[in-house]
Design a protein around this ligand. Sequence first.
Ligand code: ADP
Ligand code: ZN
Ligand code: ZN
Length: 714
Amino acid sequence: MPSELEGTAQPGAMVVCPLGPRRVLGVVVGREPPMHEGRLVPLAGVVEGRPVPAELLDLAAWMARYYMAPVAACLRLVLPPGGGGALRRDAAGEWVLAPPPGRPRLHLTARMEGSPPDGLRARRGEVASVLAAAGGRLTTAELCRRAGTTLPTLKAMERDGVLTLARERWGEDSLSATAGAAPASDIPPPPTPGQSAAVAEIERLMDSGGGPLLLHGVTGSGKTEVYLRAIEAARARDRGSLVLVPEIALTPQLLGRLRARLGEGIAIWHSALTPAQRAAEHRRVREGEADVVLGARSAVFAPVVRLGLVVVDEEHDPSYKQDTSPRYDARQVAAKRARAAGAAVVFGSATPRPEAWHALPRLTLPARADGSRLPAVEIVDMRTQGAGPVSRPLAAALHDAAMRGEKAVVLASRRGFSLMALCRECGWIARCPDCDVALVQHSAPRRLACHHCGHQEPVPGICPVCASTDVVRQGTGSQGVEAALARLVPRARLVRMDGSSASGRGAVARLLAEFSAPGPAILLGTQMVAKGHDLPDVTVAAAVDADAPLQHAGFRSEERAFALIVQLAGRAGRRGEPARVIVQAYEPAARAVQLGARHAVEEFLTGEVERRRAHGLPPFGHLVRVVLDGDRPEAVARAAAALADAMRSGAPEVGVLGPSPMHRLRGRTRRALLFSAPATSTVTTPLRICLDRLDPDLRRAAVRAAVDVDPQDT
Ligand code: ADP
Ligand code: ZN
Ligand code: ZN
């Protein structure tokens, strides 16, 4: 520690560490006298900017311990953006993080006040809804890209008075300006008794050192209204709020409501922001200019000042768990952070996870706020139907809706044309040569593809095993359903939204705008469409293979199938329109299907909690999964056996399951071990020791070990 840095290199400061010729970013986590015997190299400098708040340093340290993740990877999550980037000196010779914040520049910008005018033709209607979804202001370049149009169209719309074009400043503050001026203040509806009770409880929590609350309520029951009032209550106490949503695509919708109610001071936070936008939003939050942060998983690390409230919307959504290292669960990190900050943390869902249902104090919003009834759910037994993914009742319902000019949502849980190519003679199934999964058949172009590694091959005309020509598509992916619907319901405009069609910035907004345009339309998609988008005028909601999650052996399969049906029903019949919900199932008697169709959330979850208790699953037991993988199957098998033995003898109180049978993915062999114990640390403490001891062997055998604490699936 050079003496001139003594004053600034305090805990949380970012420092420049000389490692050979490189200058590497470090973070001061504490100061102790040197214990190292070798040569010590002086720090080269302290990086400009405020130190990382102690609260977030502690959070990173906790994550590293709890999730058995490298400290550096956890710290990176709480550093300002660019923290993983290069270091450089600015003009004044100060160390700064690269990339530098973008310089403000003038861009041709489209502006539209208020909501889009009625009666715009297709392309113009799309431009207007994209612009409205972005809060009324966008650069013309971005608007053209998102709405699939060109500048002459925008100029014509300007001549007609729909929007205005002007050169405006965009750059480091572009994001906060994305939504333009806040729309005219939204008049809050008088709260229902349930909403009042929820807000009062959240205020009580904020005033008494914090704590969690599960807000259970069907779609449309007014949960968002509770969040808005709770954020206002936090503001009244001069405290900040964090609002987490499962998916980036859901932010614009909620951002509009937040701005209408709360005005300025809202930052948005997710991985699709540019580095300059992230840097600007980070600065606004850190300086307290923005006291409300809205974002996906990683927003849980936003440096909100005097945190008073954390909202986790759609708490059951699996995307809150990150599936690469550090494998953190934003729900758990939110709870941990709220505890440290004395903040209230509200988990909202129509279909909470059993662990939340069991462990958290709960309030229920019993009915839809607009008084509309939940639609009845019709179950179609697919075993009694002919071939093809669309049953007769569903085809009839979609046809009727299209004749009336109404809209429908159809859920197909898998991508692709059909699930697989199957020989009806001998049972052969086309499989990926590198992964242990069936290949998925796609149309346009017609081919078989692996959804894990991208391998592709032609569809075989004859079975490679028995030479039969009876090779058929089995199962139904979204593309197969699309073809069937195009044939059965030609009047309806088909909009497909899945991982293939909805990738890229703005793609989801574009697809939703296309669907919302006037006229009969069917939105066809994977789980994504059931995720809480506010869709107008939907009178039919259907699931093509509602029980598909049950084919999967994980311990959450039941609740996923259940949630799918309940969430789907929530998509239809809002604002009082009569609606039909049709659920196709191959196992119509399954508990998840039956109870889902009756919206019997309490009954279902009570049963799931008991099942979890009986099997020692969360929250009664905690799981840690270790996946070992490498090029050589024998080496992986040996490593897995060695780790299982080490844990069995070293930690007899830990349950050990596995090693699992060999599984290949992207040409590498994998074996998993599952450990369970009443507390996570009961597993991770001995596991850390065992892995450290085995480390030299693993390195020699080129076997990697990935630890997943609280895996979402087994
Ligand atoms: P959720 O988040 O549970 O889906 P929202 O908060 O979005 O529910 O509410 C659904 C609809 O009901 C919205 O249009 C909202 O404006 C309206 N709403 C919410 N609370 C009330 C209330 N107390 N009185 C009247 N309408 C309400
Ligand atoms: Zn065959
Ligand atoms: Zn593959």
